[in-house]
Design a protein around this ligand. Structure first.
Ligand code: ADP
Ligand code: MG
Ligand code: MG
Length: 885
């Protein structure tokens, strides 16, 4: 079967087979653009090589065939002594993995052909420069020698000659360097550099295959969620030479500015250079516009080609090019990566330019990008004092005093200070410090390190792996690579988006996009605001999922509404029992008589009614789903140990407080080994019916008050943690009785009574539950805990890092729905529920309601709405729109 393809045989849609680089080179060839000739060894060959541990036998013959075609086209043979054909051997997988895999240039040079190249080019320096580059790349990539071995030799030579740039070295210097490199290769690899051109080629191809599985490539794939079994293609392409002296050079360019999205080309150019020189920062590059002055013809040709590419790909492209003796060659193109800001701007510009339609524009932006634009940011300025750059692991802009341990973080935060917890790396013991800090900074670890995972989970700003920092927790200092030392208490600023770490306090400004959603920035106030507004409008008209918010207060409800929420999907009531009301709950629990219980409830009723009135008012005309009290009761009671100590002291002193003693009995009675699996949710409603009844009365009376005030209240009462329709029915009997009373007293108030589906049993028996429940809301947080059998509060900080590192999770199942497992319960529950009640209204509350990937899944299984935190509402609207396209 076929393993090798000519450029003319492929096209851009064959990235699976030819890799992104190969497919796009094929596409440019088809477009008639100036691409050096070449061929592509497919990912099939790589996969076979990786699986079998040896090169497929038929590959050699196919390479020979395609090489012959290439040699014929070029009129010379690989490594031919008097006038050698040289090739580049380049990696390129389906998804771009910049800098992760290997490329070897100038393959085909040896001790003989280097002389031929010098003669035919009449440029000795160029020939020796090309050869030393081959030795360097081949030595490192193919023969496995540390790259520094070569860099050190080069640096030593430059120092000896008193030059700073490699261009300062003469032909003879480079010739000497070639000898040095060959000696170094023999010394470090134990064998000489292979002189035979075809052997060079074959070894380079294998090395590219192998580079798929280097540690850094694997790590990158895990972070980017790229599957491990795709393999890379290998492109073999005739060399063109930007290092050929005058009228030669190499560059990279974007068809638009990838950081702002501004129209107009953007890029860097470097004269007399090859390969990575441009990006490696070895010499200062020129802005692309300078090329017009240096080589007008090539510049205009480049601009013309960029225009062709943009029209063809209908997107911003990034390209690599080389100019050899005034002739322009295209070496790579692909749809370019861009910042969130650029993504929205470019999408809007391209609609105006009629390159794409509005649906396509919506596909080009993501909820994750929108979320990035909603974080507060540091003011832009070049004055900030940059200490180091790590990985932006959890976005946001945090400013605070550096502290080096969790206890200090907690202590300082308690007295009102803003702190940044600075650690080499974090571990589960740091959790309380992370909670107390504005942000977390580590010098080690990647985007899946403990610090990163936990910080993202709790929405803390985090920069990790800032390797230029040497953290000394014992000395309470951090030493920067430039020699400076910071001490505990010094103010630093960290940018969780870019990974930048600054000394001192960098001013923070609110996101313009948030101000727009808040109604404080007009659509035409700024081009970016306009671009976001356009995308939102398209998403809102396309989406089928409705978006509600999780909000427990009138204030949150109002904000959510400004952000576009179409109701409340989850109003929790537990926080309403904290503070001063805790006393009433205590009274309720220790009440020995029905009268005492009723008295406590009677005191709670007006307070609850007021809570609900305010929320129903903020969401007037929209549905408000209120969940009856859910957590274990003892969460509202004093801590068992503390109370025991208190009572013991009282006994010692002989002054016993009767209330405390009785309370202790009850706290002891209610103490549980596994409160998550204990007396909570519907179970409470069955044990203490008065509590649910009081809440229901408060909701219905609040609704009646709102109605009397001319409002349009739409309450939905939701019972948590139901596993059986019989549980639901027991509670329903109590609540129906209350509803009938309120109706008699206040007249009809429409409401619905439904349930959360958050236990596997409920999902499986949803058809039965739907006989009594009028709506469902999937509580995917609990459903995830109950399906996996682990508690979110305990495990995220303990074993999630190794789970992520071992690829057991791609991402925490609390962040993004486990569609395979937990999602199956959502699908089954919806289907079964609707088999009983075809018009059953089904939504989801829980963190997943605001997660892009999960939203696409919920759209796919036909839910009616998602509910998420107010801040995520715009993200959910955008993604729900994208899901519907
Ligand atoms: P990466 O995927 O890391 O960008 P590439 O395969 O694109 O690696 O190659 C690295 C460098 O080598 C690029 O700068 C590219 O311009 C240069 N290069 C690749 N092929 C050729 C060629 N045929 N002639 C000259 N330079 C080349
Ligand atoms: Mg490249
Ligand atoms: Mg729950």
């Amino acid at each position: 079967s076929k393993l090798v393809y000519d450029f003319a045989e492929g096209d851009k849609d064959q990235k699976d087979l030819l890799g992104g680089k190969g497919a796009n080179l094929a596409e440019m060839t088809r477009l008639g653009l100036p691409v050096p000739p070449g061929f592509i060894i497919s990912t099939d060959a790589c996969r076979e090589y990786l699986a079998e541990g040896r090169v497929p036998v038929r590959l050699a013959a196919q390479i020979t065939d395609h090489l012959a075609t290439l040699e014929y086209a070029m009129g010379k043979q690989l490594g031919q002594p008097d006038d050698p054909l040289l090739v580049a051997v380049r990696s390129g997988a389906k998804f771009s993995m910049p800098g992760m895999m290997e490329t070897v240039l100038n393959v085909g040079l040896n001790d003989e052909s280097v002389l031929g190249l010098a003669a035919t080019s009449s440029n000795e320096r160029f020939a020796w420069d090309s050869y030393r580059r081959l030795l360097q790349m081949f030595g490192a990539t193919v023969m496995g020698i540390e790259g520094d071995v070569f860099h050190d030799a080069l640096d030593a030579l430059k120092a000896e000659r008193g030059v700073t740039a490699d261009t300062g070295l003469e032909a003879d210097d480079l010739k000497g360097l070639v000898t040095t490199y060959q000696e170094l290769i023999e010394k470090h690899a134990g064998r000489p550099f292979p002189q035979e051109p075809r052997e060079q080629l074959d070894l380079a191809v294998n090395a590219v295959f192998d580079s798929w599985n280097t540690d850094r490539a694997r790590l990158y794939r895990r972070q980017e969620r790229i599957p491990d079994d795709l393999g890379t293609a290998v492109t073999v392409i005739a060399m063109v030479f930007g290092n050929r002296g005058e009228h030669s050079g190499t560059g990279v360019a974007f068809t638009r500015d990838p950081s702002t999205g501004k129209q107009g080309v953007y890029g860097d150019y470097l004269e007399n250079a090859q390969g990575e020189d441009v990006v490696a920062g070895i010499r200062n590059t020129l802005p692309l516009a300078e090329l017009e002055r240096i080589d007008k013809t090539s510049y205009h040709e480049l601009i013309r080609i960029m225009d062709v590419l943009e029209k063809h790909y209908r997107d911003m492209c990034d390209i690599e090019f080389t100019i050899e003796h005034g002739k322009l060659w295209m070496l790579q193109t692909r749809v370019g990566k861009r910042t969130p800001e650029a993504a929205f701007r470019i999408a809007r510009h391209m609609v105006a330019e009629r390159l794409i339609d509005e649906d396509e524009a919506l596909q080009r932006v993501t909820g994750a990008q929108l979320a990035q634009l909603m974080f507060p940011r540091f003011e832009e300025s070049t004055d900030h004092d940059l200490l180091a750059t790590g990985m932006g692991a959890s976005p946001g802009a945090a400013v605070g005093k550096a502290v080096f341990d969790s206890a200090t973080a907690v202590e300082w935060a308690a007295r009102g200070e803003h702190v940044i917890l600075v650690r080499k790396e974090t571990n589960p013991d740091d959790l309380h410090g992370m909670v107390a800090a504005q942000g977390i900074l580590t010098s080690r670890g990647g985007k899946t390190s403990h610090a990163a995972v936990v910080a993202r989970g709790m929405g803390r700003t985090c920069v990790c792996g800032a390797e230029a920092l040497d953290v000394d927790a014992a000395a309470r200092t951090v030493t920067v690579r430039d020699g400076r030392t910071l001490h505990e208490g010094d103010v630093i600023s960290i940018d969780g988006t870019t990974g930048a770490v600054y000394a001192g306090e960098v001013p923070v400004r609110d996101s313009l996009i948030v101000r727009h959603f808040e109604g404080e920035a007009e659509t035409d106030a700024d081009e970016l605001v306009g671009a976001v507004a356009t995308a939102m409008a398209r998403a809102d008209s396309a989406r089928r999922l409705r978006v509600r918010a999780n909000a427990d207060t009138a204030e949150d409800a109002a904000r959510a509404r400004r952000f576009g929420a179409e109701g409340i999907g989850l109003c929790r009531t537990e926080h309403m029992f904290l503070g001063e009301r805790r006393q009433l709950i205590e009274d309720l629990i220790i009440a020995e008589s029905t009268e005492a219980q009723e008295a406590a409830l009677a005191e709670l009723l007006p307070l609850q009614r007021q809570d609900f009135t305010e929320i129903l008012e903020a969401m007037d005309g929209l549905p408000v789903t209120i969940r009856l009290i859910d957590p274990p009761l003892h969460e509202f009671l004093p801590d068992l140990t503390e109370l025991s100590v208190k009572v013991a002291r009282q006994e010692d002193a002989g002054k016993i407080d009767e209330h405390d003693r009785v309370l202790l009995d009850h706290v002891r009675r209610l103490d549980e080994e596994n409160p998550m699996l204990g007396l909570r949710g519907v179970r409470l409603g069955i044990l203490i019916p008065g509590l649910f009844e009081m809440q229901t009365r408060a909701i219905l009376e609040a609704a009646a008050d709102r109605r009397d005030a001319g409002g349009d209240p739409q309450p939905e009462i939701m019972i948590p943690l139901v596993a059986s329709v019989r549980e639901f029915d027991v509670v329903r009997r109590h609540l129906d009785k209350v509803a009938a009373e309120v109706k008699a007293e206040r007249g009809e108030v429409p409401y619905k009574l439904g349930t959360m589906i958050e236990l596997p049993r409920a999902a499986i028996l949803a058809d039965r539950i739907a006989r009594s429940a009028e709506f469902f809301s999937f509580g995917t947080n609990d459903l995830t805990q109950m399906t996996w059998g682990f508690s979110r509060d305990d495990v995220e900080a303990s074993f999630f890092s190794p789970y992520l590192e071992n690829g057991i999770f791609d991402v925490s199942p609390f962040e993004s729905l486990d569609t395979l497992g937990v999602g199956e319960f959502v699908r089954i529950g919806t289907e079964k529920g609707r088999s009983t009640r075809p018009d059953l209204h089904v939504g989801v509350c829980g963190e997943h309601g605001g997660d892009p990937h999960s939203i696409h899944f919920f759209h796919g299984v036909g839910l009616d709405y998602v509910s998420c935190s107010p801040f995520r509402v715009p993200v959910a609207r955008l993604e729900a729109g994208r899901a519907a396209l």
